[in-house]
Design a protein around this ligand. Structure first.
Ligand code: WT7
Length: 635
């Protein structure tokens, strides 16, 4: 990133001011100097926040893979692009160079093309953290197909709803997945899901575990066999700036997941720029982000951001505690990792183990460490700082969302003085504002409010696939003229931001964004359940966990109720995935409701949190007596 590396605090403020005063000029300069284009844009940005219409780099022509691969070949063709670290430390890790990655992407793009995939077609991907996952995503991008990666922990029903929503023509999966000591049978989940899907013509299966799988004649093919046969030359598809690059689903406040659509040029510019600055990436660094590629963190900061910058990026297949709770620290030592980016939930769970597990490893290669996904509490921040960063590495607490495409608020390492639990300052081009519930902007410092963004940035998702109205309503109507994040934030005396958590019906469990509505919908399908309400409550390791208040059609005996709890969690597990299971289930005879029939979740949240002191005004409730009952029987 020539000319746009932020060097010190005065330089940050200078860049920031320029980016706000003249965003067009700022992003024009970044896009022009740091990327390869077939054709430049004729308008940097055009937007209408009321209609939720945003375009960046209009009429530019490009392909993101030219920037991730081709342009590196002559200068760093033999440099390692991907270090793949398998689940089992006994298995050899792989180093894949830029030229080898380029070759595999070309061959795979040919496989997809021969299977009838064309520009604009949707391809769903359900794979473990293996190199093929990166390869197929890049192959889609090279060909112009829209990838939609579905996290390989989602259930068959959750997969089916996503496949049907985007009308995918192809599914790419594997015979299985290693997770610690377990083997997950991904292919049979896909078989079950596809029973409910009409649009998928072909399933490509990558070999990983040698599990026996069922292959449906004419529909299912082994990737390996096709890959071997195809040519290593592929003509890159020329994409328009606003052509779709990928769809990634995130939960929302209604049952249906939201297919956030990211487009080619803006996403590329934003992830490229933010990766370079937030991680202070230097040419010989080894960067590692522990997220799964099935989430936006993996898309932007395992794959695209690092490769755009010609980085070496680690892909880890396994889990932090297998075979022992020092797997992360062992990998850092083994590959001499320089940037380590992980989630508070992982930090908290590893901090529970003896400090010897981490202290015995040589982590001196580390220069920058980072956190993402949920607010990091003070204790976890200090443990991370003391034991992993050894008080020498700045912690970048990065706030952003699936919808934002890239990091929005974060310290710049060696530039922004950090402050525990604070995401600190907005990156250049990002204009946070705090709004009160009456839609007034809250100015000044030492204030809290609803976090909105005033001006579009290149990485913002452009729509919800197939439902622009919902996009507009979810993000641009609560605070007209602004993008509403769904988070609350505090601005301290020097203007640093601290994210205080969701202000809507989304709960972040172990860094996974879970809408409570879809979980309620699935519980309510149980024949014994009349109604339910789910809220989050603080949890030592997961950050937040889920508490369900459930009304049964008929009240049963206690043994029956214990069974029901298991059945309810099984149902959630089948319909959404095990991550959405409830930690606590309380059967109640009613839920506190307003006269208009809305559940007063504020009260349920307080009960779940164990704060039974002051419920505020409950006089507007239709059934105020229920509060006492729920309170007494709380778990
Ligand atoms: C929500 C977005 C962005 C990648 C992973 C999550 C919460 C994210 C932080 C942070 C406090 C954070 C917010 C946000 N969040 N990063 N550093 N501090 N909260 O993406 O699944 O779209 O979830 O995660 O509540 O709105 P996501």
């Amino acid at each position: 990133m020539r000319n746009y590396i932020i060097e010190d605090l005065p330089h940050y403020y200078e860049q920031y001011k320029k980016s706000i005063k003249n965003p067009k000029k700022f992003w024009d300069g970044i896009a022009d100097k740091n990327f390869v284009w077939y054709q430049r844009w004729n308008k940097v940005v055009k937007y209408d926040m009321d209609k939720a219409k945003i375009t960046w780099f209009k009429n530019a022509k490009l392909n993101i893979t030219k920037n991730c691969l081709d342009r590196h070949l002559s200068i760093r063709g033999e440099k390692t692009a991907i270090i793949w670290e398998p689940n089992d430390p006994q298995e050899k890790s792989q180093h894949i160079s830029y030229s080898e990655l380029y070759r595999r992407v070309n061959k795979t793009a040919n496989v997809l093309k021969e299977m009838g995939i064309k520009k604009g077609d949707r391809v769903c991907i359900y794979l473990p953290m293996i190199p093929e996952l990166a390869v197929v995503m890049l192959a889609c991008a090279k060909l112009g197909a829209v990838h939609s990666v579905i996290f390989a922990g989602f259930s068959a029903a959750a997969v089916a709803s996503r496949v049907n929503d985007c009308g995918a023509k192809m599914m790419i999966t594997s015979d299985g997945s290693y997770r610690g000591s377990k083997i997950l049978d991904l292919k049979s989940i896909i078989d079950e899901a596809l029973e409910q899907c009409q649009t998928v013509e072909h399933v490509l299966v990558v070999k990983r575990t040698d599990n026996k799988v069922n292959m449906q004649e004419g529909r299912d093919f082994w990737m390996e066999g096709l890959f071997e046969k195809t040519s290593a030359d592929f003509v890159t598809q020329i994409m328009d700036a606003e052509d779709p690059l990928f769809i990634l689903y995130t939960s929302g406040s209604t049952g249906k997941p939201k297919g956030m659509l990211h487009t080619c040029a803006g996403y590329m510019v934003y992830t490229g720029y933010t990766f370079k600055n937030v991680f202070n990436y230097q040419e010989n660094d080894v960067y590692w982000c522990t997220a799964d590629i099935g989430w936006i963190t993996g898309h932007s900061y395992i794959l695209y951001g690092p490769l755009i910058n010609g980085a070496t990026t680690v892909i880890f297949e396994g889990i932090p505690t297998y075979p022992e709770p020092d797997r992360f620290w062992e990998i850092i030592e083994k590959h001499k990792v320089t940037q380590f980016y992980t989630a508070p939930t992982a930090i908290r769970s590893l901090a529970k183990e003896s400090a010897d597990w981490v202290d015995k490893h040589d982590l001196s290669s580390l220069r920058v460490i980072g956190s993402v996904g949920e607010p990091i509490n003070d204790e976890a921040w200090h443990w991370f700082n003391d034991h992993v960063g050894r008080k020498k590495c700045p912690i970048v607490d990065t706030w952003w969302q699936t919808e934002t495409g890239g990091i929005m608020i974060s310290p710049i390492p060696f530039v922004t003085p950090t402050k525990p639990t604070y995401a600190t300052l907005p990156l250049p081009g990002v204009q946070p504002v705090l709004m009160d519930d009456k839609r007034n902007e809250i100015t000044g410092n030492q204030v809290t409010g609803n976090l909105c963004i005033r001006f579009p940035w290149p990485g913002i998702a452009r729509t919800i696939w197939g439902d622009h109205q919902r996009y507009k309503e979810t993000y641009f109507t609560a605070f007209p003229g602004k993008y509403f994040t769904g988070d609350g934030a505090l601005r301290d005396e020097v203007g640093y931001y601290r994210i205080t958590g969701r202000v809507d019906d989304v709960v972040i469990v172990s860094g996974h964004n879970l809408g409570t509505a879809p979980i309620e919908d699935s519980i309510n399908e149980h024949p014994a359940v009349a109604e339910s309400a789910i809220v989050g409550f603080p949890h030592d390791i997961k950050g937040s966990a889920l508490y369900g208040f459930v009304i049964l059609k008929e009240s049963g005996e206690s043994r029956q109720k214990e069974n029901l709890k298991k059945e309810i969690n099984q149902l959630i597990s089948d319909q959404i995935g095990p991550i959405a299971k409830l930690d606590k289930i309380q059967f109640v005879s009613g839920l506190p409701k307003t006269r208009s029939g809305k559940i007063m979740r504020r009260i349920l949240r307080k009960i779940a949190e164990g704060d039974l002191s002051n419920f505020g005004d409950i006089s507007t409730l239709l059934n105020p007596e229920i509060v006492e009952e729920i309170k007494i029987e709380r778990i």
